[in-house]
Design a protein around this ligand. Structure first.
Ligand SMILES: [Zn+2]
Length: 345
């Protein structure tokens, strides 16, 4: 096994030239329009992908993702190199046998994904359909020309979750109920003298705080530059005073989504719950994180981001095209949220 430092030096050297000089045949950039150029390379017998996004060169290795930023981003200056974890690439590629994967924790009661526990009208859920308007999220283009956009799926799922929860006796507020952003006035809500997507995220958090929601659930479909990544995962933050509850909410949503999707006939990959900092270079997700620099007003209740399936994976995307699966995902969310609220005090 080559030393990590040597590998990093080598990769950064390759990336600083141009990906055109990285050996290996160019392979399909898949369905992700953000990828300008991509190569598949073997290094020490391990598959790696070198990709040129417009803002960043990325080399994906078995366990790590190496990035060299071409433009300033929220967490890195232009020219800076960063490394992120991504062990799931190896797992999803079948490079780690199933026995080696950690078993799911025992003594976790199964959430019946078909059952929404009745509420008494006192608990309030804020549902946040991710993205909206020009922020489309992930995209999948089927061979027959049909295009799915994540923003529309998120809204479809969230409207169904809202109906299920209201029917069961919960109060529900949606951050958006049409194809729009949430910061519709284009205000500088976080006071950083810019109006951008972070203000739209602040607008979503502000709604949850204003409503004094018991939980904030942001509904997304996953997207990734590597089309073979697939499965179900839920993000939460572990750096807040109520993070134990937050982790419990994430666990319940994860188990409920997985069982609901499987009950609907699709063997989704259970990718488990993940902390926000584990996927965002140590940065917190705006909706989930504590009061840190860059998050003007954090959400004040347990909050999760649900990623039911990958819209960038052909198998998962085919499922997301099915009304039966969208309904199953919605029922999974509603069951999970109601189970959590029934047992959080
Ligand atoms: Zn999304």
């Amino acid at each position: 096994m080559v030393k990590l430092a040597t590998m990093v030096r080598f990769l950064l050297a390759a990336m600083s030239l141009s990906l055109a000089f990285v050996w290996g045949a160019a392979f399909s950039t898949g369905q992700n329009p953000a990828i300008r150029e991509a190569h598949f390379v073997m290094m020490n017998g391990l598959p790696m992908a070198a990709q040129d996004y417009h803002s960043v060169f990325v080399v994906r290795a078995q366990r790590k993702v190496f990035q060299r930023w071409k433009q300033k981003t929220l967490w890195a200056k232009s020219g800076k190199a960063t490394i992120a974890d991504d062990g799931d690439i190896a797992k999803d590629a079948g490079m780690i046998p199933a026995e080696a994967a950690p078993p799911s924790p025992p003594d976790q009661p199964a959430v019946n994904a078909q059952t929404t526990v009745p509420g008494d009208g006192s608990r309030l859920v804020v549902l946040d359909p991710g993205h909206g308007a020009e922020e489309v999220g992930s995209v999948y283009r089927f061979s027959d020309g049909v295009v799915l956009q994540e923003k529309n799926l998120n809204l479809d799922i969230a409207l169904r979750v809202a109906a299920l929860l209201k029917d069961a006796g919960y109060r529900v507020v949606l951050t958006r109920d049409s194809d729009s952003g949430v910061n519709t006035q284009d205000l500088d809500l976080n006071g950083d003298d810019e109006v951008n997507v972070r203000d739209d995220l602040q607008a979503r958090v502000d709604i949850a705080n204003r409503e004094e929601a018991n939980v904030l659930v942001s509904i997304h479909c996953n997207g990734f530059g590597y089309s073979y990544l697939r499965g179900t995962e839920v993000y939460y933050d572990e750096d807040r005073s109520f993070s134990a509850n937050n982790e419990r909410l994430a666990e319940i949503v994860q188990r409920s989504l997985v069982s609901s999707i499987r009950d609907a006939g699709y063997e989704t990959v259970d990718r488990g719950i993940k902390t926000d900092v584990s996927v965002l270079q140590g940065e917190h997700f705006y909706l989930l994180g504590p009061a840190v620099e860059g998050i003007a007003r954090p959400s004040q209740m347990p909050a999760v981001i649900g990623e039911s399936l990958f819209l960038t994976n052909p198998g998962d995307a085919a499922q997301l095209r099915s009304d039966v699966m969208i309904e199953a995902i919605a029922r999974g969310y509603a069951a999970a949220i109601s189970h959590y609220l029934a047992t959080d005090r």
